[in-house]
Design a protein around this ligand. Structure first.
Ligand SMILES: *Cc1c(COP(=O)(O)O)cnc(C)c1O
Length: 411
């Protein structure tokens, strides 16, 4: 892309100048202004290979053509109507989601946290209003991540997101992952649901063990607890299936989606089995923007493209290619302790903190993120090709070699 394509960009923030924004993010010193496929450009005309995809959001790459066209067409017709009216685009988006998954009913909102919040509300209301048993408690797992609202940060099994926000809402318990005895001990007469990620993504890219998930699903059935799977990061083809729970041979009662759902427009969805439909009634839950015509058009176009191009299968294949390449490159590298993941969410666990490697990566024009202090997290888009993977792995090899060489020099 030529430099001339990059005009009309916003003013570069000046280093040291006080921002009008709350300091909720520590931001990298790059001004990305344009994206296409696996590539991003900064305001200096530098090109970056994007292996973070806006944190598992731009699953079809940047500005995917069909989605862009459908959204533009919708922008010409109608932007927003209230959910007090029928929204045919929303109906169609929901229908498509039920066709590709085990879910039967969908509620649309605008983010992952809201989708999980809706799941928690549905679980409580179903027990309290349909079953009439008054249950409310949700059990979650250590190192999990479920969002930043008060309920979802309470559900999150990481202390750092809770600091300074006391008092936390009641009705949540966290137990260690893979500890069936602790889980069973935590279940009581108030327990309404168990919420879990199939791959703990923010927590360090830890796929949950198959036997644990299957036992958990059986336990939920036996004790009439709702199983909620948080697929906000793992859904929409990322792991090589539409939703990661498919790898485990289970069907959750409720699961959530957001990040990759609308290719970068803000969308969240809470999906559930038919018997949970009556858990909500008119007036029991709502979202002003949820599933609005523009966002729904994006969800439809995203799903249609993914179906047409068999994106989950592609993610599975490319995930295997990337994972094999990483093993080839790092199996004899002592700095790398483990490589794990599912499809195209891959974690490279290192001996020590990797923040500096991420920064150096940006200088080498490769974008990726961490998952906890010691884990490099790779989240390429699901249409990434072999050349791009080869290039990313070569860059990672050079980055880790430079990092370990520098450490040795410092000793
Ligand atoms: C990102 C994420 C969330 C929160 O989503 P937001 O859209 O940031 O609210 C929740 N759960 C998981 C697993 C996530 O990765």
């Amino acid at each position: 892309m030529a430099q001339s394509d990059l005009k009309n960009t916003v003013e570069t923030p000046v280093e040291g100048k006080v921002s009008a924004l709350f300091p909720t993010y520590s931001r990298y010193p790059l001004n990305l202004v344009k994206g296409h496929g696996s590539w991003l450009w900064d305001d200096q005309g530098n090109r970056y290979l994007d292996f973070m995809s806006g944190l598992a959001v731009t699953n079809l790459g940047h500005a995917p053509e069909k989605v862009r066209e459908k959204v533009k067409a919708q922008l010409d017709e109608l932007w927003h109507v209230s959910n007090l009216f029928h929204i045919p685009q929303q109906e169609k988006a929901a229908k498509l989601l039920t066709e590709i998954s085990c879910a039967d009913v969908v509620f649309f909102c605008n983010s992952g946290a809201e989708a999980n919040e809706a799941a928690i509300k549905l679980a409580r209301r179903y027990h309290q209003k349909v079953k009439g048993n008054g249950r409310f408690e949700v059990i979650t797992f250590e190192q999990s991540f479920h969002g930043r609202t008060l309920a979802t940060l309470t559900a999150t099994g990481q202390q750092k997101v809770k600091d300074g926000f006391l008092p936390l809402p009641a009705g949540f318990t966290t137990v260690p992952l893979h500890d069936m005895d602790a889980l069973k001990a935590a279940i009581g007469p108030d327990t309404a649901a168990i919420m879990i990620e199939m791959v703990q993504a923010e927590g360090g890219v830890y796929p949950v063990e198959v036997s644990f998930v299957q036992e958990l699903a059986a336990l939920c059935k036996e004790q009439e607890l709702l199983l909620i799977v948080d697929e906000v990061q793992t859904g929409m083809g990322r792991t090589g299936k539409w939703f990661a729970h498919e790898h485990y041979g289970i069907e959750p009662d409720i699961f959530t989606s957001a990040k990759g759902l609308a290719s970068g427009l803000p969308a969240g969805a809470m999906l559930a089995k038919e018997y949970l439909r009556e858990g909500f009634a008119p007036g029991s839950h709502a979202s002003t923007f949820g599933g609005n015509p523009v966002v729904s058009a994006s969800i439809i176009a995203t799903l249609e493209t993914m179906i047409e191009e068999r994106i989950p299968e592609r993610a599975e294949k490319m995930g295997r290619y990337l994972s094999d390449k990483l093993h080839e490159a790092f199996d004899n590298e002592p700095f790398v302790k483990a490589i794990r993941g599912m499809g195209l969410i891959i974690g490279i666990e290192c001996e020590e903190a990797v923040a500096e490697i991420v920064t150096q990566g940006q200088k080498s024009k490769l974008l990726f993120v961490t998952a906890g202090p010691n884990v490099i997290r790779l989240l390429p888009n699901l249409k990434v090709n072999r050349d791009e993977i080869d290039q990313a792995v070569d860059t990672l090899v050079a980055l880790i070699a430079a990092h370990t060489a520098k450490e040795e020099n410092e000793l």
